[in-house]
Design a binder for this molecule. Structure first.
Ligand code: J2J
Length: 547
């Protein structure tokens, strides 16, 4: 396995193979197989283009050959920051065919995140769009270059705008000739790509997923979600995120020979129009987006849409309020499926034949009979069945360690290899999981995860900031939003200045605190040194208003 990753112990790997979970297929071979089976069927619709399975496959081969010519090969890391456009699939499969690893960045990420990803992974290339949603990613790439001295190659989906040191994806593909770019292909037990974790500490952690483990979760998800060649899946969320990638996501749809429709944004105007125009059958959103869609369809701006094709609305990424959940069937005329997953692995679904009450009030049950689940108290002792505790898990598609993070791994995983999810849950007698809260230091802002530490560190870099604590405050729409409490040094900076400062440091917009409060001091917390976590709790208790 790639250096810096933690393999499954041999007895587990053997058993996952014996039980047929790990089949020895690579993601590159997976696409080739689907291209043979579903050749002329439409694989992808987006940005004004429609690609068949055969076309996607050929493009991926040519792109792989072109990337190989640039010197990109097995084991190389390539940061991919692309919006929902067909090229994202072409690039991802091309890299995986070469055994090079896509490192998926969100379109919302900015200089701080992209520079970190490029340097931490020692990326050989960065792939960006030219512009998207009014933002110029080529400028971002230039800033990253200036800051980090790398990566060697900057590849642009679209137009380089005359920047001599950048290449368009088209040039790379044309430079590849007829392909095929990949020779023997990577080992299916190898890492296929790196996903970004929501993070609880100062710097984001990277999640290594192998061909074998990921494809198992994809095939099993496609089966649970009953996808077939008639499936039309709307990717409303950025497809580089684990949910729309694999739960069942675009890979599940490709597995079944269906069609992926790429939405440029998750707004009801864009997405409900796409549902009507393309006959969408399945889609996946985070709770705040689901609520916008419900309001728009229920006498709002999109009430005129014909949504009869829609069969399943998946909601996940953050807790979906039961009252909103109850509105899904009557308002959208489709089945709700709750999805509680994590890029580290474990994914839970409510099943289509679960009683309505289970669908509305639980976050589903695991994919695999070999997903091991335990709910423990703060001492690590298992609680009685149905009791509240932290969810720990291990299984055939849950990682055993983050990439290049031995110290963090010692905390995030138990000695016997369970991942500590940091989620507070209880299980029902039917084996469904209800997410009740969180033991981890993370803010879940409508599905977007924020590590308070990371934002505090940026605030502390301002000379006028003596101390800072970033906490979650309840929010009816997002579930939670962020508030930064700042103890200024001397007269201290104005709030607007602090915000501008964070933006200048290149932080993604969703991490910039929704509220900033200047306070004289943090609450006295008694004797002894307290953890940042305890400090945040004390600050929140002292200041944050209840909803
Ligand atoms: C409550 N909290 C949830 C839910 C995730 C499918 C779906 C989601 C993700 C994802 C994913 C939740 N109710 N329904 O990767 O494949 C919170 C938990 C969890 C964390 C993981 C997938 N669904 N969560 O959200 O890696 O706290 O993955 O541990 O971004 O989101 O976040 P992430």
């Amino acid at each position: 396995m790639l250096a810096g990753c933690t393999p499954w112990p041999a007895e587990f790997a053997d058993s996952y193979r014996r039980r047929g979970y790990w089949t020895g297929e690579t993601l590159g071979a997976f696409l080739r197989d689907r291209a043979h089976r579903f050749a002329e069927r439409t694989a992808v619709v987006g940005a004004g283009r429609r690609w068949s399975y055969a076309e996607l496959d050929t493009r991926a081969d040519r792109m792989a050959a072109g990337l190989a010519r640039l010197g990109i090969g097995a084991g190389d890391r390539v940061v991919v920051q692309l919006p929902n456009r067909p090229e994202v699939f072409e690039v991802a499969f091309a890299l995986m065919r070469l055994g090079a690893l896509p490192v998926y960045a969100l379109p919302a990420h900015r200089r701080a995140e992209i520079s970190y990803l490029c340097s931490f992974t020692e990326a050989a290339a960065l792939v960006v769009a030219d512009t998207d949603a009014g933002f110029d990613y080529r400028e971002l790439a230039e800033q990253v270059r200036a800051e980090t001295g790398g990566p060697e190659h900057i590849l642009v989906a679209g137009d380089t705008g005359g920047r001599a040191h950048m290449r368009t994806l088209e040039e790379v593909r044309e430079g590849g000739g007829a392909g095929p770019g990949a020779t023997a292909g990577p080992d299916p037990g190898e890492v296929a790509f790196l996903q970004l974790s929501g993070g609880t500490t100062g710097l984001p952690k990277l999640i290594p997923r192998t061909h074998d483990d990921y494809l198992y979760s994809v095939r099993a998800s496609a089966e649970i979600c009953a996808l077939d060649t008639g499936t039309v899946y709307l990717a409303a969320l950025p497809v580089v995120h684990n949910f729309p990638m694999s739960s069942p996501g675009f890979l599940g749809v490709f597995s079944a020979g269906g069609t992926v429709v790429l939405a440029p944004d998750p707004s009801p105007a864009t997405c409900l129009a796409a549902v009507e125009a393309e006959g969408v059958t399945h889609t996946a959103v985070v709770p705040p987006v689901a609520m916008l869609w419900l309001d728009a369809a229920d006498g709002g701006s999109q009430a005129h849409r014909d949504l009869t094709s829609l069969r399943v609305l998946q909601v996940g990424g953050a807790k979906f309020n039961a009252e909103a959940a109850r509105r899904v069937r009557p308002t959208l005329g489709c089945t709700l499926q709750q999805v509680f997953g994590m890029a580290e692995g474990l994914v839970n679904y409510t099943r289509y034949d679960d009683p309505e009450e289970v669908v509305v009030t639980t976050q589903g049950r695991p994919i695999s009979p070999d997903d091991e689940i335990r709910v423990v108290d703060s001492d690590g002792t298992e609680v009685a069945p149905g009791g509240l505790g932290e969810l720990q898990t291990r299984g055939p598609y849950t990682i055993r360690g983050y990439y290049r993070a031995p110290e963090h791994n010692a905390e995030a995983f138990t000695a016997d290899g369970f991942y500590r999810t940091g989620d507070l849950v209880r299980t029902t007698p039917t084996g469904h999981i209800v997410v009740e809260g969180r033991a981890k230091d993370q803010i879940n802002r409508g599905g977007e995860k924020i590590a308070p530490d990371e934002v505090e560190n940026h605030l502390l870099a301002h000379p006028g900031v003596h101390d800072a604590a970033v906490v979650a405050v309840p929010d009816r729409f997002l579930g939670e939003r962020t508030c930064a409490y700042v103890v200024p040094r001397g007269a201290g900076p104005a709030r607007s200045e602090l915000r501008a400062f964070l933006r200048e440091r290149g932080l993604a917009a969703y991490k910039i605190p929704d509220r900033l409060e200047l306070v004289d001091a943090f609450p006295a917390t008694g004797v002894g040194k307290i953890s940042r976590r305890e400090l945040r709790e004390a600050v929140r208790a002292a200041h944050a208003p209840a909803e």
